[in-house]
Design a protein around this ligand. Sequence first.
Ligand code: CTP
Length: 406
Amino acid sequence: MLEGKRLLLIISGGIAAYKCLDLIRRLRERGVHVRCALTRAGESFVTPLSLATVSGEKVFRDLFSLTDESEIGHIRLAREPDLVLVAPATANILAKMAAGIADDLATAVLLATDRPVMAAPAMNGRMWEHPATQANVARLAGRGVHLIGPEEGEMAEADEWGTGRMTEPADILAVIETFFAGAGRLHGRRAIVTSGPTYEAIDPVRYIANRSSGKQGHAIAGALARLGAETTLVSGPTHLPDPVGVRVVNVEEARDMLSACKTALPADVAVLAAAVADWRVAKPAKHKIKKDAAAGAPVLKLIENPDILASLSTATAGRPALVVGFAAETGTVVERAKRKRLAKGCDWIVANDVSSGVFGAETNTVHLVTAAGVEDWPPMTKSAVAQRLADRIADALEGVPATPTS
Ligand code: CTP
């Protein structure tokens, strides 16, 4: 499965760097062509000679080296591999990646690459837990960088325990194997994902909205794209970066979201994760509504928005083979979701309990409701939910003819 794959391993300066030698050996045993780029700090922990010996390749170190650049430039180094892996990824290199700093060969490659990137963080537990590191990691994950670990355990410093150990080479290898096994499973498929809230205008400056962050929908779009689907993300206003490899259509109102979805058809799968406003103001004011003591507070008449999920699910022509809705529920979550699946005519409902702290959070506990029954998924990060859902979608579409594009 890994035979013939090309991997660029970027080694930054952490004590775990010595484990790379074992990782390279395992990768090469499986036929992977491994090239190494080593940072200056990395050289303090593992020598270029040992990396060159184990990888059987020249080790790249210097952005401005005449020989490095004349043999293979950093742009080619960035574009040639099937996968770029940063291991160990120190707090410093993660910060540079998040900020887009390119002050050495390794970071220049990371900024120039259009290939999938994985990072296996390794650092002291306090450094990992620091809000700066956590913010950097969240930013990178939002951009589609696949994080492996870190694990909990004894730190390099005597008597210290915490989360920050680099994932063991055998486990990193397993993640890489899963990645390549999945890559391309949705190749030739088209996907539409909705995400975020909608803003419904009251007047030119005010609107009705909700607390959706868009994290789950954006993560799903990224996961489908990573499996090879040509993915259109129709998103309401969010603060999130566009997921890598996804075509993003930004909208504000529910009606625009519906028409953008219709324009993006045909598709094999539609995952409607947006928190669409159920109602909009019947007649938004053309001018800013002014306070008027005599008239009192304005009364807003609301009318129902189109239901995008129901509309795509019941379309007679061009219905995607698989339509997946979300149900944000409180109380009897699964029962309500089952009813919603039938009422809206979609194939699956991903149900989540929003009675406490889901909006904007990193984790989610969901139930997948299908015609076959209900699966309770354990609590996991929104990106893990996205990955699992994308895998399930790929399973479900297996053997289903791809939707013709014209
Ligand atoms: N949805 C949609 N268009 C709407 C409202 C909802 O596409 N106008 C989709 C959401 O993206 C989600 C699913 O319908 O996939 C369920 O949304 P939810 O808000 O839970 O359900 P509602 O239909 O709004 O029902 P209620 O609020 O009464 O539970």
